[in-house]
Design a protein around this ligand. Structure first.
Ligand code: DX5
Ligand code: ZN
Length: 214
């Protein structure tokens, strides 16, 4: 499978968000990963729909919106209207996840479901056939720059066996070394915040992640 690289703008210069997005797309980003945090589901607060809408014009590749919020069902329409292409919600936060997947698709977006490191893939057994993407957290959500949790590797293998050739994204602590490990286990979409945005060259960082997957 082709490896897709999704830089997380959480690690970029927030004072120059639009410019950073353009630059990282020129450097080869396949998706732009946008972390939405509400200060409830996770301790941190990041960005909301108006910022996503403002960034749309800078983003010539799909916007991959990762909702780390309670009551995600209340906000999916706002993010779809803001221009999100993929909307992923946490299984731990959704009361009616199956209904929410349908709602996201009806809004014209792809639907993804996210699992925290401590959540078993069993929790999505009956969603696996309806989602467009599964996102596995390889750190506890809320912050960039944390260390990769290796137990997720087995979960990647299990989820790959459940979803055929649909997208399996991994998020947290991804660098050249862990990229190789997660791709080997079955991931095909790599989120990377610090590794890309704290590097000297976005192009070289993205290329090294892509190569790690070969
Ligand atoms: C964490 C976010 C990640 C974060 C990854 O809650 O979901 O997308 O930006 O950052 P790194 O790649 O630095 O671990
Ligand atoms: Zn994320």
């Amino acid at each position: 499978m082709d490896i897709k690289i999704a830089p997380s703008i959480l690690a970029c210069d927030f004072g120059r968000l639009g410019e950073e997005i353009r630059t990282v797309i020129e450097a080869g980003a396949d998706l732009i990963h946008i972390d939405v945090m509400d200060g409830h589901f996770v301790p941190n607060i990041s960005i909301g729909p108006p910022v996503v809408a403002a960034l749309r014009q800078y983003c010539s590749v799909p916007m991959d919106v990762h909702l780390m919020i309670t009551e995600p069902e209340r906000y999916v329409a706002d993010f779809a209207n803001a221009g999100a292409d993929i909307i992923s919600f946490h299984i731990e936060a959704a009361k009616h996840p199956h209904r929410l997947v349908s709602a996201i698709k009806e809004l014209g977006c792809q639907a993804g479901v996210v699992l925290n490191p401590g959540t078993s893939e069993d929790d999505i057994e009956f969603l696996a056939d309806v989602v467009d993407m599964v996102l596995l957290m390889s750190v506890n959500p809320g912050f960039g720059g944390q260390e990769f949790i290796p137990e997720v590797l087995r979960k990647i293998q299990n989820v790959r066996a459940m979803i055929g050739n649909r997208d399996l994204e991994v998020d947290g602590g991804i660098d050249e070394t862990t990229a190789r490990m997660v791709v080997e286990a079955g991931a095909n979409v790599l989120v990377a915040g610090s590794y890309v945005f704290k590097s000297e060259s976005y192009l070289e960082a993205i290329e090294s992640l892509r190569l790690a997957g070969k």
